[in-house]
Design a protein around this ligand. Sequence first.
Ligand code: C5P
Length: 298
Amino acid sequence: MPTLTRPSPAKINLTLRVAGVRSDGFHELESLVTLIDLADTIHVTPQERGRWRLESTDDALPPDSSNLALRAARLLVEHVGENHGLDIRLDKRIPLGAGLGGGSSNAATTLMLLNELWGVGLTVSQLAHLGTRLGSDVPLFFHGPLALIRGRGEHVEACPQRLDAWVVLLLPELHCSTPDVYAAWDAMQAEAGGATGSGVDGRLRRVLDDLSRPDELMTRLYNDLEEPAFRVQPELRRLAAGATRLAGGPVRVTGSGAAMFRLFSDASAARVFAEAANAELGVRSEICRTQQPASGPY
Ligand code: C5P
């Protein structure tokens, strides 16, 4: 039986603006996202009808029906109305629950793989639409490597600009629950007298204009979920302050945390920072690169 394999990359949110709460309880976002070359690998192999198996190299990821790769496969089965059998193997490298979109990426990649394996013939935008049912971040993985997401995450626009940078990821062993971080954002808004979100301003435009200079770009990046994430995990605030001191400039939280990142144009500066964060803050670090249009799987 043929096995199809595909990388399933992580993302970082370069900017993230929360613009308010929608009537469905989700939050209205505007976020510039880049895919990075830290990636899981997904293998799918057809099995006899009705035989399903999911294997993961990460023991912390339960191979049950909560797994987003499995949910993606079941969703496609429902869509085609045929009881296929399947083996899914996840070689995990993206840390779980870190704001790096690992689960959502796995869902998107599984949909792409099975669309091919089963000859379903859905277009990328049909797959992305289906993916919205699995999570707000799923659609962005059908675009990229640089994309602007809006709404709950369902409106994705690929950006023609390029961002070519080294990325140092800081991966503290802290978990920020996404619903808790959004709830902390709600509480902050209530304290501020009910203003809904940060106003539209020129921040995003200035970021898009400055992508060719990754080091300078850091001072322009923002994430409205950062302060709420610090409230949910006060230890993260302390680590972010320590990392900022070591870097001599800002680090940013990605998504709802708890991973943080800093961009560099220079590989050796990235290495020095990654090693210092590891040695002095006791935080695991990973060095990777932003994905480029030619090198990405999309
Ligand atoms: O869609 P996803 O499963 O990733 O969302 C997880 C949780 O994050 C939601 O249940 C919701 O509490 C919150 N969320 C939100 N607004 C978004 C995305 C997520 O409030 N745009």
